[in-house]
Design a protein around this ligand. Sequence first.
Ligand SMILES: Cc1ncc(COP(=O)(O)O)c(C=O)c1O
Length: 418
Amino acid sequence: MSEGISQPDQPQPLEAHAGDKDLFSKFDDIIALREGLLSQGREDPFNLVMEKVLSPTRAICNGRETILLGTYNYMGMTFDPDVVEAGKQALADFGTGTTGSRVLNGTYQGHKECEEALREFYEMDHAMVFSTGYQANLGIISTIAGKGDYIILDIDSHASIWDGCAMGQAEVVPFKHNDIEAMEKRLKRIPEGAGKLVVLEGVYSMLGDIAPLKEMVAIAKKYGAMVLVDEAHSMGFIGENGRGVVEDAGVIDDVDFIIGTFSKSVGTVGGFCVSNHPKFEIMRLVCRPYVFTASLPPSVVATAATSIRKLMHGSNKRAHLWENSKNLHAGLRDLGFKLGTEEPQSAIIAVIMPDLEKGAHMWEALIRNGLYVNLARPPATPAGMTLLRCSLCAEHSEEEVGQILEIFEKSGKETGII
Ligand SMILES: Cc1ncc(COP(=O)(O)O)c(C=O)c1O
Protein backbone atom coordinates (compact mmCIF):
# COMPACT_ATOMS: atom_id res chain seq x y z
CA MET A 1 0.00 0.00 0.00
CA SER A 2 1.50 3.37 -0.96
CA GLU A 3 2.51 5.67 1.86
CA GLY A 4 0.79 8.98 2.23
CA ILE A 5 -2.73 7.79 1.30
CA SER A 6 -4.82 8.41 4.39
CA GLN A 7 -7.08 5.59 5.65
CA PRO A 8 -10.74 6.36 6.41
CA ASP A 9 -11.40 6.71 10.14
CA GLN A 10 -12.07 3.32 11.71
CA PRO A 11 -15.14 3.29 13.97
CA GLN A 12 -13.99 3.00 17.58
CA PRO A 13 -15.88 0.80 20.03
CA LEU A 14 -17.69 2.83 22.67
CA GLU A 15 -16.06 2.77 26.07
CA ALA A 16 -17.52 0.41 28.69
CA HIS A 17 -18.18 1.91 32.12
CA ALA A 18 -17.48 0.25 35.44
CA GLY A 19 -21.15 0.09 36.45
CA ASP A 20 -22.40 -1.38 33.13
CA LYS A 21 -24.31 -4.60 33.50
CA ASP A 22 -23.44 -7.51 31.23
CA LEU A 23 -26.83 -8.80 30.14
CA PHE A 24 -25.35 -12.29 30.00
CA SER A 25 -24.58 -12.31 33.74
CA LYS A 26 -27.96 -13.88 34.44
CA PHE A 27 -26.67 -17.06 32.75
CA ASP A 28 -23.55 -17.37 34.92
CA ASP A 29 -24.98 -20.16 37.09
CA ILE A 30 -25.92 -22.35 34.15
CA ILE A 31 -22.59 -21.62 32.42
CA ALA A 32 -20.74 -22.74 35.58
CA LEU A 33 -22.90 -25.88 35.90
CA ARG A 34 -22.21 -26.87 32.30
CA GLU A 35 -18.50 -26.16 32.56
CA GLY A 36 -18.37 -28.16 35.79
CA LEU A 37 -19.89 -31.22 34.12
CA LEU A 38 -17.72 -30.98 31.01
CA SER A 39 -14.51 -30.43 33.03
CA GLN A 40 -15.00 -33.92 34.49
CA GLY A 41 -14.49 -35.31 31.00
CA ARG A 42 -18.19 -35.93 30.38
CA GLU A 43 -19.73 -35.97 26.92
CA ASP A 44 -22.13 -33.05 26.58
CA PRO A 45 -25.63 -34.52 26.90
CA PHE A 46 -27.14 -31.43 25.27
CA ASN A 47 -24.89 -31.39 22.24
CA LEU A 48 -25.12 -34.86 20.75
CA VAL A 49 -24.73 -35.06 16.99
CA MET A 50 -26.42 -37.77 14.96
CA GLU A 51 -23.87 -38.28 12.22
CA LYS A 52 -26.13 -40.62 10.27
CA VAL A 53 -29.66 -41.80 10.92
CA LEU A 54 -30.13 -45.41 9.87
CA SER A 55 -33.78 -45.97 10.80
CA PRO A 56 -36.35 -44.67 13.32
CA THR A 57 -34.53 -46.66 16.02
CA ARG A 58 -30.83 -46.52 15.03
CA ALA A 59 -28.27 -43.80 14.33
CA ILE A 60 -24.52 -43.30 14.25
CA CYS A 61 -23.55 -41.03 17.16
CA ASN A 62 -19.90 -40.29 17.98
CA GLY A 63 -18.95 -42.90 15.38
CA ARG A 64 -20.92 -45.66 17.17
CA GLU A 65 -24.13 -47.39 16.13
CA THR A 66 -26.61 -46.33 18.77
CA ILE A 67 -30.13 -47.45 19.68
CA LEU A 68 -32.41 -44.42 19.83
CA LEU A 69 -34.60 -44.33 22.93
CA GLY A 70 -34.91 -40.58 23.25
CA THR A 71 -36.75 -39.43 20.15
CA TYR A 72 -40.42 -38.54 19.93
CA ASN A 73 -40.74 -40.74 16.87
CA TYR A 74 -43.39 -42.82 18.67
CA MET A 75 -44.98 -44.34 15.58
CA GLY A 76 -41.73 -44.60 13.60
CA MET A 77 -43.06 -42.69 10.58
CA THR A 78 -39.81 -40.89 9.64
CA PHE A 79 -38.68 -43.59 7.21
CA ASP A 80 -42.09 -44.81 6.07
CA PRO A 81 -41.70 -45.24 2.26
CA ASP A 82 -45.06 -43.61 1.41
CA VAL A 83 -44.32 -40.65 3.66
CA VAL A 84 -40.83 -40.17 2.23
CA GLU A 85 -42.14 -40.44 -1.32
CA ALA A 86 -44.88 -37.84 -0.69
CA GLY A 87 -42.22 -35.41 0.54
CA LYS A 88 -39.99 -36.00 -2.50
CA GLN A 89 -42.89 -35.53 -4.91
CA ALA A 90 -43.97 -32.25 -3.26
CA LEU A 91 -40.40 -31.00 -3.31
CA ALA A 92 -40.26 -31.68 -7.06
CA ASP A 93 -43.71 -30.24 -7.78
CA PHE A 94 -43.84 -27.21 -5.48
CA GLY A 95 -40.22 -26.33 -4.65
CA THR A 96 -38.40 -25.99 -1.36
CA GLY A 97 -40.50 -23.40 0.47
CA THR A 98 -43.49 -21.10 0.32
CA THR A 99 -41.61 -17.92 1.30
CA GLY A 100 -44.74 -16.51 2.83
CA SER A 101 -47.39 -16.43 5.52
CA ARG A 102 -50.48 -18.62 5.37
CA VAL A 103 -52.62 -15.50 4.92
CA LEU A 104 -50.64 -14.19 1.94
CA ASN A 105 -48.77 -16.40 -0.51
CA GLY A 106 -48.10 -19.28 1.89
CA THR A 107 -51.19 -21.47 1.54
CA TYR A 108 -50.62 -24.19 -1.04
CA GLN A 109 -52.83 -27.10 -1.95
CA GLY A 110 -50.73 -29.24 0.42
CA HIS A 111 -51.61 -27.10 3.46
CA LYS A 112 -55.30 -27.51 2.69
CA GLU A 113 -54.86 -31.27 2.23
CA CYS A 114 -53.01 -31.50 5.51
CA GLU A 115 -55.84 -29.69 7.31
CA GLU A 116 -58.34 -32.00 5.59
CA ALA A 117 -56.38 -35.04 6.86
CA LEU A 118 -56.49 -33.61 10.40
CA ARG A 119 -60.25 -32.97 10.21
CA GLU A 120 -60.76 -36.57 9.14
CA PHE A 121 -58.34 -37.96 11.72
CA TYR A 122 -60.13 -36.19 14.61
CA GLU A 123 -63.62 -36.09 13.02
CA MET A 124 -63.74 -32.39 13.78
CA ASP A 125 -65.01 -29.40 11.80
CA HIS A 126 -61.92 -27.20 11.78
CA ALA A 127 -58.18 -27.69 11.58
CA MET A 128 -55.49 -25.05 11.46
CA VAL A 129 -51.85 -25.89 10.73
CA PHE A 130 -49.06 -23.86 12.35
CA SER A 131 -45.33 -23.94 11.66
CA THR A 132 -44.61 -25.70 15.00
CA GLY A 133 -46.52 -27.08 17.97
CA TYR A 134 -44.89 -24.39 20.08
CA GLN A 135 -46.50 -21.76 17.87
CA ALA A 136 -49.88 -23.54 17.96
CA ASN A 137 -49.98 -23.24 21.77
CA LEU A 138 -48.52 -19.75 21.72
CA GLY A 139 -51.04 -18.61 19.11
CA ILE A 140 -54.26 -20.27 20.21
CA ILE A 141 -53.84 -19.65 23.95
CA SER A 142 -52.73 -16.02 23.63
CA THR A 143 -55.48 -15.22 21.13
CA ILE A 144 -58.46 -16.75 22.90
CA ALA A 145 -57.53 -15.76 26.47
CA GLY A 146 -56.52 -12.12 26.83
CA LYS A 147 -56.56 -9.37 29.46
CA GLY A 148 -59.39 -9.90 31.97
CA ASP A 149 -59.76 -13.63 31.13
CA TYR A 150 -58.52 -16.48 33.33
CA ILE A 151 -56.39 -19.48 32.40
CA ILE A 152 -56.47 -22.40 34.83
CA LEU A 153 -53.61 -24.75 34.09
CA ASP A 154 -51.59 -27.64 35.46
CA ILE A 155 -48.37 -26.38 37.04
CA ASP A 156 -46.34 -28.91 35.01
CA SER A 157 -47.54 -27.55 31.66
CA HIS A 158 -45.15 -27.35 28.71
CA ALA A 159 -43.19 -24.13 28.15
CA SER A 160 -45.21 -23.32 25.03
CA ILE A 161 -48.39 -23.26 27.14
CA TRP A 162 -46.83 -20.93 29.72
CA ASP A 163 -45.49 -18.70 26.96
CA GLY A 164 -48.93 -18.55 25.33
CA CYS A 165 -50.42 -17.49 28.68
CA ALA A 166 -47.78 -14.77 29.12
CA MET A 167 -48.26 -13.45 25.60
CA GLY A 168 -52.04 -13.12 25.97
CA GLN A 169 -51.76 -11.43 29.39
CA ALA A 170 -54.70 -13.34 30.91
CA GLU A 171 -54.72 -14.01 34.67
CA VAL A 172 -52.89 -17.29 35.12
CA VAL A 173 -54.10 -19.65 37.84
CA PRO A 174 -51.94 -22.79 38.15
CA PHE A 175 -52.92 -25.86 40.15
CA LYS A 176 -50.93 -28.82 41.49
CA HIS A 177 -50.09 -31.42 38.88
CA ASN A 178 -53.02 -33.71 38.02
CA ASP A 179 -54.86 -32.66 41.22
CA ILE A 180 -58.59 -32.67 40.46
CA GLU A 181 -59.61 -31.03 43.76
CA ALA A 182 -57.02 -28.28 43.44
CA MET A 183 -58.27 -27.53 39.97
CA GLU A 184 -61.88 -27.27 41.16
CA LYS A 185 -60.88 -25.02 44.08
CA ARG A 186 -59.21 -22.58 41.67
CA LEU A 187 -62.19 -22.60 39.29
CA LYS A 188 -64.61 -21.90 42.17
CA ARG A 189 -62.74 -18.71 43.06
CA ILE A 190 -62.86 -17.12 39.62
CA PRO A 191 -65.31 -14.22 39.38
CA GLU A 192 -68.63 -15.08 37.83
CA GLY A 193 -68.97 -14.04 34.21
CA ALA A 194 -65.21 -13.98 33.57
CA GLY A 195 -63.82 -15.77 30.50
CA LYS A 196 -62.20 -19.05 31.59
CA LEU A 197 -59.91 -21.44 29.75
CA VAL A 198 -58.71 -24.69 31.31
CA VAL A 199 -55.48 -25.94 29.73
CA LEU A 200 -54.43 -29.58 30.18
CA GLU A 201 -52.11 -32.06 28.53
CA GLY A 202 -53.06 -35.63 27.64
CA VAL A 203 -49.62 -37.05 28.45
CA TYR A 204 -47.14 -35.05 30.53
CA SER A 205 -43.87 -35.50 28.77
CA MET A 206 -41.43 -35.53 31.68
CA LEU A 207 -42.82 -38.43 33.72
CA GLY A 208 -44.97 -39.91 30.96
CA ASP A 209 -48.09 -39.82 33.15
CA ILE A 210 -51.55 -39.07 31.78
CA ALA A 211 -54.12 -36.53 33.02
CA PRO A 212 -57.41 -37.65 34.62
CA LEU A 213 -59.25 -36.02 31.74
CA LYS A 214 -62.66 -37.56 32.38
CA GLU A 215 -62.95 -35.90 35.78
CA MET A 216 -61.13 -32.69 34.87
CA VAL A 217 -63.11 -31.96 31.72
CA ALA A 218 -66.40 -32.58 33.61
CA ILE A 219 -65.37 -30.08 36.30
CA ALA A 220 -64.25 -27.49 33.77
CA LYS A 221 -67.61 -27.74 32.04
CA LYS A 222 -69.48 -27.50 35.38
CA TYR A 223 -67.83 -24.09 35.91
CA GLY A 224 -68.46 -22.91 32.35
CA ALA A 225 -64.82 -22.98 31.25
CA MET A 226 -63.59 -23.73 27.75
CA VAL A 227 -61.09 -26.59 27.60
CA LEU A 228 -57.90 -26.93 25.58
CA VAL A 229 -55.97 -30.21 25.65
CA ASP A 230 -52.44 -30.54 24.29
CA GLU A 231 -52.13 -34.07 22.91
CA ALA A 232 -48.54 -33.70 21.65
CA HIS A 233 -47.36 -36.97 23.24
CA SER A 234 -50.45 -39.09 22.69
CA MET A 235 -51.55 -38.40 19.12
CA GLY A 236 -51.25 -41.49 16.95
CA PHE A 237 -50.72 -43.82 19.90
CA ILE A 238 -53.31 -43.43 22.68
CA GLY A 239 -57.02 -44.03 22.03
CA GLU A 240 -58.65 -46.55 19.71
CA ASN A 241 -58.01 -44.35 16.67
CA GLY A 242 -54.92 -42.64 18.04
CA ARG A 243 -56.78 -39.39 18.79
CA GLY A 244 -55.20 -39.17 22.22
CA VAL A 245 -56.15 -39.32 25.87
CA VAL A 246 -59.32 -37.31 25.09
CA GLU A 247 -60.48 -40.26 22.98
CA ASP A 248 -59.42 -42.87 25.50
CA ALA A 249 -61.22 -41.00 28.32
CA GLY A 250 -64.35 -40.54 26.20
CA VAL A 251 -64.30 -36.71 26.37
CA ILE A 252 -63.27 -35.77 22.84
CA ASP A 253 -66.69 -34.18 22.15
CA ASP A 254 -66.49 -32.09 25.32
CA VAL A 255 -63.18 -30.34 24.68
CA ASP A 256 -63.08 -27.09 22.72
CA PHE A 257 -59.57 -27.27 21.30
CA ILE A 258 -57.02 -30.01 20.75
CA ILE A 259 -53.45 -28.89 20.15
CA GLY A 260 -50.94 -31.20 18.54
CA THR A 261 -47.64 -31.38 16.77
CA PHE A 262 -46.18 -33.09 13.71
CA SER A 263 -42.80 -33.37 15.46
CA LYS A 264 -43.65 -36.53 17.39
CA SER A 265 -45.86 -39.39 16.09
CA VAL A 266 -46.37 -37.71 12.71
CA GLY A 267 -42.60 -37.71 12.19
CA THR A 268 -41.89 -34.30 10.69
CA VAL A 269 -42.32 -30.71 11.94
CA GLY A 270 -45.37 -28.48 12.40
CA GLY A 271 -48.24 -27.90 14.78
CA PHE A 272 -52.00 -27.74 14.69
CA CYS A 273 -55.24 -27.01 16.46
CA VAL A 274 -58.53 -28.79 15.76
CA SER A 275 -61.89 -27.59 17.03
CA ASN A 276 -65.65 -27.77 16.51
CA HIS A 277 -66.19 -24.18 17.60
CA PRO A 278 -68.43 -22.51 14.96
CA LYS A 279 -66.34 -19.30 14.96
CA PHE A 280 -62.97 -21.07 14.83
CA GLU A 281 -61.98 -19.96 11.31
CA ILE A 282 -61.58 -16.34 12.47
CA MET A 283 -58.38 -17.51 14.17
CA ARG A 284 -56.68 -17.39 10.77
CA LEU A 285 -56.94 -13.61 10.79
CA VAL A 286 -56.37 -12.75 14.44
CA CYS A 287 -53.76 -15.24 15.65
CA ARG A 288 -50.37 -13.55 15.38
CA PRO A 289 -48.12 -16.69 15.50
CA TYR A 290 -50.15 -17.97 12.51
CA VAL A 291 -50.21 -14.72 10.55
CA PHE A 292 -46.73 -13.32 11.12
CA THR A 293 -44.54 -16.25 10.16
CA ALA A 294 -43.81 -18.27 7.05
CA SER A 295 -45.87 -21.39 6.41
CA LEU A 296 -44.46 -24.90 6.37
CA PRO A 297 -42.62 -26.04 3.22
CA PRO A 298 -44.73 -28.08 0.76
CA SER A 299 -42.63 -31.22 1.33
CA VAL A 300 -43.34 -31.03 5.08
CA VAL A 301 -47.11 -30.70 4.75
CA ALA A 302 -47.14 -33.50 2.17
CA THR A 303 -45.26 -35.84 4.53
CA ALA A 304 -47.50 -34.79 7.43
CA ALA A 305 -50.75 -35.39 5.51
CA THR A 306 -49.56 -38.82 4.31
CA SER A 307 -48.38 -39.78 7.77
CA ILE A 308 -51.64 -38.67 9.46
CA ARG A 309 -53.68 -40.71 6.99
CA LYS A 310 -51.53 -43.77 7.69
CA LEU A 311 -51.86 -43.25 11.44
CA MET A 312 -55.63 -43.64 11.05
CA HIS A 313 -54.91 -47.30 10.26
CA GLY A 314 -52.12 -47.76 12.77
CA SER A 315 -53.80 -50.08 15.27
CA ASN A 316 -51.18 -52.85 14.90
CA LYS A 317 -48.40 -50.38 15.52
CA ARG A 318 -50.26 -48.97 18.51
CA ALA A 319 -50.61 -52.46 20.00
CA HIS A 320 -46.89 -53.19 19.48
CA LEU A 321 -45.89 -49.87 21.06
CA TRP A 322 -47.97 -50.70 24.14
CA GLU A 323 -46.15 -54.04 24.35
CA ASN A 324 -42.81 -52.24 24.17
CA SER A 325 -43.86 -49.79 26.84
CA LYS A 326 -45.00 -52.56 29.19
CA ASN A 327 -41.86 -54.66 28.62
CA LEU A 328 -39.47 -51.77 29.17
CA HIS A 329 -41.29 -50.55 32.26
CA ALA A 330 -41.35 -54.01 33.84
CA GLY A 331 -37.73 -54.72 32.87
CA LEU A 332 -36.36 -51.47 34.30
CA ARG A 333 -38.38 -51.86 37.49
CA ASP A 334 -37.08 -55.42 37.92
CA LEU A 335 -33.50 -54.18 37.48
CA GLY A 336 -34.08 -51.86 40.44
CA PHE A 337 -34.46 -48.49 38.74
CA LYS A 338 -36.84 -45.92 40.19
CA LEU A 339 -39.46 -44.98 37.60
CA GLY A 340 -41.71 -41.94 37.13
CA THR A 341 -44.97 -43.96 37.12
CA GLU A 342 -46.09 -47.13 38.92
CA GLU A 343 -47.47 -48.53 35.67
CA PRO A 344 -46.66 -47.62 32.07
CA GLN A 345 -49.15 -44.94 30.99
CA SER A 346 -47.69 -43.82 27.66
CA ALA A 347 -44.67 -44.38 25.39
CA ILE A 348 -42.50 -42.39 27.82
CA ILE A 349 -40.79 -44.19 30.69
CA ALA A 350 -38.88 -41.83 32.98
CA VAL A 351 -36.01 -43.20 35.06
CA ILE A 352 -35.41 -41.03 38.13
CA MET A 353 -31.75 -40.27 38.91
CA PRO A 354 -30.49 -39.31 42.39
CA ASP A 355 -29.06 -35.98 41.15
CA LEU A 356 -27.77 -34.19 38.06
CA GLU A 357 -24.20 -35.37 38.43
CA LYS A 358 -25.14 -39.05 38.74
CA GLY A 359 -27.71 -38.59 35.98
CA ALA A 360 -25.07 -37.14 33.62
CA HIS A 361 -22.71 -39.98 34.59
CA MET A 362 -25.35 -42.61 33.79
CA TRP A 363 -26.33 -40.83 30.56
CA GLU A 364 -22.70 -40.95 29.47
CA ALA A 365 -22.39 -44.65 30.32
CA LEU A 366 -25.53 -45.40 28.31
CA ILE A 367 -24.31 -43.52 25.23
CA ARG A 368 -20.90 -45.19 25.49
CA ASN A 369 -22.66 -48.54 25.60
CA GLY A 370 -24.74 -47.66 22.53
CA LEU A 371 -28.02 -46.26 23.86
CA TYR A 372 -29.36 -42.72 23.54
CA VAL A 373 -31.94 -41.42 26.02
CA ASN A 374 -32.85 -37.84 27.02
CA LEU A 375 -31.23 -36.34 30.09
CA ALA A 376 -33.85 -33.99 31.53
CA ARG A 377 -33.23 -31.59 34.37
CA PRO A 378 -34.91 -28.59 36.03
CA PRO A 379 -36.55 -26.29 35.04
CA ALA A 380 -37.98 -28.68 32.42
CA THR A 381 -38.62 -31.38 35.04
CA PRO A 382 -41.06 -31.29 37.97
CA ALA A 383 -39.93 -31.15 41.62
CA GLY A 384 -36.27 -30.53 40.75
CA MET A 385 -35.85 -34.07 39.41
CA THR A 386 -33.11 -35.32 37.09
CA LEU A 387 -34.55 -37.85 34.68
CA LEU A 388 -33.34 -40.23 32.04
CA ARG A 389 -36.33 -40.09 29.79
CA CYS A 390 -36.91 -43.06 27.54
CA SER A 391 -39.37 -42.70 24.69
CA LEU A 392 -40.26 -45.84 22.83
CA CYS A 393 -41.01 -46.28 19.18
CA ALA A 394 -43.42 -48.68 17.47
CA GLU A 395 -40.44 -49.75 15.33
CA HIS A 396 -38.40 -50.98 18.32
CA SER A 397 -38.41 -54.76 18.03
CA GLU A 398 -38.90 -57.03 21.04
CA GLU A 399 -35.22 -57.95 20.67
CA GLU A 400 -34.19 -54.29 20.76
CA VAL A 401 -36.13 -53.74 23.97
CA GLY A 402 -34.13 -56.67 25.39
CA GLN A 403 -30.86 -55.04 24.26
CA ILE A 404 -31.97 -51.73 25.82
CA LEU A 405 -32.49 -53.48 29.16
CA GLU A 406 -29.05 -55.13 28.93
CA ILE A 407 -27.44 -51.72 28.31
CA PHE A 408 -29.32 -50.21 31.26
CA GLU A 409 -28.16 -53.06 33.50
CA LYS A 410 -24.51 -52.76 32.39
CA SER A 411 -24.46 -48.95 32.66
CA GLY A 412 -26.34 -48.95 35.97
CA LYS A 413 -23.75 -51.32 37.48
CA GLU A 414 -20.81 -49.39 36.03
CA THR A 415 -22.04 -46.15 37.59
CA GLY A 416 -23.32 -47.65 40.84
CA ILE A 417 -26.89 -46.48 40.21
CA ILE A 418 -28.13 -50.05 40.74
C1 LIG B 1 -46.65 -30.90 25.43
C2 LIG B 1 -45.96 -30.23 24.29
N1 LIG B 1 -46.61 -29.29 23.59
C3 LIG B 1 -46.04 -28.67 22.55
C4 LIG B 1 -44.76 -28.98 22.15
C5 LIG B 1 -44.13 -28.23 21.00
O1 LIG B 1 -44.08 -29.00 19.86
P1 LIG B 1 -43.13 -28.63 18.63
O2 LIG B 1 -41.92 -29.47 18.72
O3 LIG B 1 -43.96 -28.97 17.42
O4 LIG B 1 -42.85 -27.17 18.68
C6 LIG B 1 -44.06 -29.96 22.82
C7 LIG B 1 -42.68 -30.31 22.39
O5 LIG B 1 -41.92 -30.97 22.99
C8 LIG B 1 -44.67 -30.61 23.93
O6 LIG B 1 -44.01 -31.54 24.62
